[in-house]
Structures are given as structure tokens and as C-alpha cells.
Ligand binder design. Structure first.
Ligand code: TMP
Length: 205
């Protein structure tokens, strides 16, 4: 049996990360390993219900962070840890770096509160690799506008919100250079996929 691996993808809304999840899952399966594709907030029945609330209800920033971590705890205990224990590779569309970026960077949540919640919810678990899709917030906003669906609460954020989220992601990446691979997410889907394929091969030779 292989050792499980925990891989996350991150980036601001409109960075395009979700378009590459199936590609990454195929790259994992090509190694003959089980790939579990999941997301946050969500990934469990309770987590998906919490997702509905945090994406559509107005709430205090600390409440928002607490609900993100509540959903995360369920996700870890019911999905992520059992999958890793049986040797699967878990690919999650977002994890705690998103809380750092959106709630600390975007909303101004105290980083000490974030660290306390992270220490409570997953004291001994961090992703083995994180692919951060980095893009100029203006380019991301144009991509979002080109989609016809109704934006959620975060996607409706204006001003410099996504500039702050992006900066917090980059700050977090700089603090853990061994774990993060920053992907330039500008250009065509094919261009980005090429960069991602290279980064994945380098992370998991
Ligand atoms: P998604 O659109 O990539 O599925 O993410 C849902 C939204 O939730 C996205 O705008 C980012 C936000 N989010 C947070 O603000 N904090 C978190 O901890 C997570 C996981 C997501």
C-alpha cells in the first residue's frame, strides 16, 4: 500500500483552479493510486449545509471563520483522515490556507485567532503540497463576469478585497516554501495546465 498524500489547490475566486481538479485527479490515478476529490467548505453532508450558509448569509467575520473550521473538522475526521489512512491521495479544492487568505487577509480576522483555530482543528495535519493559482484580481474579475451564473457572497466582494486575499495567500506561501507551489494562472487554460503539470511532476517525482 502507498502512503496517502494530502494535496490542496487554492487561489482567489476566478483564478480557475477548479478547472484543473480532474486533470490532477487523473495524474494521481495514472500512478495507480486512489484519488479522493473533495472541497471546502463542504466535503461532507454537514459541511455542504454549512457551505450554503457561509456562501449566502451575511455574518460577522469571526462567525464565518468558526463555521469554516467547523466544516473543516467534519471533513478531516470523516473524509480526509480515513482516506489518507487507507493510502488514498486526497485532493481538496481549498483548505485552511483559504481561511487565512479570505478571513484574515480579506476580512481582517486576527492571525492569532486563526492560528488558535488551526491548532485546535488540525494540530498535526497540513497538506503535503499546495498548488496556489496566482492571478491579478482584475483578470480574475473579468473571468468571473464572463460566467453567467449568479455570484455568491464572496464573489460579490468589491474594492481591494481580492487584492488583500491574494497578498495573504502569497504571504502564507512565502512562509511555507516547501509546501507551496505558486502557479501563474494568467493566460489560456492550456498554458496554465502546462505549468501545473510541471509543478505536479516536480512536487511528486
Ligand atoms: P469555491 O468557490 O472555490 O468553492 O470557494 C467558496 C468560497 O468560500 C470562496 O469564495 C472562498 C470562500 N472560503 C473562505 O472564505 N474561507 C475558507 O476557509 C474557504 C474554504 C472558502
Amino acid at each position: 500500500m502507498t502512503t496517502g498524500r494530502f494535496i490542496t489547490v487554492e487561489g482567489i475566486d476566478g483564478a480557475g483552479k477548479s478547472s484543473h481538479l480532474e486533470f490532477l485527479a487523473s495524474a494521481i490515478r495514472a500512478r495507480g493510486v486512489e484519488a479522493v476529490v473533495t472541497r471546502e467548505p463542504g466535503g461532507t453532508p454537514l459541511g455542504e449545509r454549512l457551505r450554503e450558509l457561509v456562501l449566502h448569509e451575511a455574518m460577522d467575520g469571526t462567525t464565518e471563520a468558526l463555521l469554516m473550521f467547523a466544516a473543516r473538522r467534519e471533513h478531516l475526521v470523516r473524509v480526509i483522515e480515513p482516506a489518507l489512512a487507507r493510502g488514498a491521495w486526497v485532493l481538496s479544492d481549498r483548505f485552511s490556507d483559504a481561511t487565512y487568505a479570505y478571513q484574515c487577509g480579506g476580512r481582517g480576522l486576527d492571525r492569532a485567532v486563526f492560528r488558535a483555530l488551526e491548532g485546535l482543528v488540525h494540530p498535526a495535519r497540513q497538506p503535503d503540497a499546495t498548488f496556489l493559482f496566482d492571478i491579478d484580481p482584475q483578470v480574475a474579475a473579468e473571468r468571473q463576469r464572463a460566467q453567467s451564473r449568479t455570484p455568491d457572497k464572496f464573489e460579490r466582494e468589491a474594492g481591494d478585497f481580492f487584492g488583500r486575499v491574494r497578498d495573504a495567500y502569497l504571504e502564507r506561501a512565502a512562509a511555507s516554501p516547501g509546501r507551496f507551489r505558486v502557479i501563474d494562472a494568467s493566460g489560456s487554460l492550456e498554458d496554465v495546465r502546462g505549468r501545473l503539470a510541471q509543478a505536479f511532476a516536480a512536487a511528486f517525482p
